[in-house]
Ligand binder design. Sequence first.
Ligand code: FE
Length: 335
Amino acid sequence: MFKKIALGTLLFVTHLLATSQVNIYSHRHYDTDKQLFKMFEEQTGIKVNVVKADASALIKRIESEGQNSPADVLITVDAAGLFQAKSRGLLQPIESQYLIKNIPSKLRDKDNEWFGLTKRARVVIYALGSNVPNELKTYEDLADPKFKGQIMIRSSNNVYNQSLLAAVIAHHDEAYALKWAKGVVANMAHDPKGNDTYQARAIANGIGSIGIVNTYYIGKMVNNKEASQAEAVKKIKILFPVFEKGGTHINVSGAGVAKYAPNRDNAIKFIEFLASKKAQKLFAEANYEYPVIKGVTASPVVTSWGTFTDDDISMNTLGENNKSAVQIFDNANWK
Ligand code: FE
């Protein structure tokens, strides 16, 4: 009899363990994340299920699923997406001393509903040997008419650009931001197209002389299995511009816990894992992102580009200014 109960309990516990899971809705588009999910599964026995789509599609989906949403964690590639999810009431405060203690306050939501997990800088690239580093120091300079026909940058529906413009608004005001956006549009080599890798290839091929990209795209071109990418990146260099009264523009990829998360504890465990030294090291080494916790350094490829000082604008501000940024892009006719 006792044996029977013990066996029954054992089977029940095993079943619980086997079905322990966490559902991730992610906008991240990197192969390294698969490795991270596997590491988490091995370490905790919690199964990771992933739905991948754009942040806006994921937010719409969580919203329409309502209280029955299976989403536990929302991961985006930019603070603005998390800010939006929070504004729509789709997230909940995360109770984690580890996250609060280790992630700088400007990289997380003021109510702890989301946390930045990796940093990326939005920088200027130029062709080796060009005079760009002598002529361009600030983000404000990008609108200077002396750069007419030289700038390569992706379209305005891209959230990285929206956050850059959100930072311009924060440093100046909306009127200045409109003037700046119009100035950059007037300086474009051609209408915006392609992602950040496209801009890097274009600079290597002499189309335009100033490209604007997130750092990790450049890192991923080095040692790329596509020889043409590895070759192209050898022809370009990175410059860390600053704001006239600030530092280099950064943004975060981060995560929040969904309001109706069916596996809330696992969700918090998962985000804490992504902020652990082990995971931060992988983000840095394999995806060329800047770690957010102390004690983990960027990859040698990334540190070879030099150092910079982060702009001190909070990620919360980038989220708050997103709507205005989208409107200003429209008014500036930035396609
Ligand atoms: Fe990206």
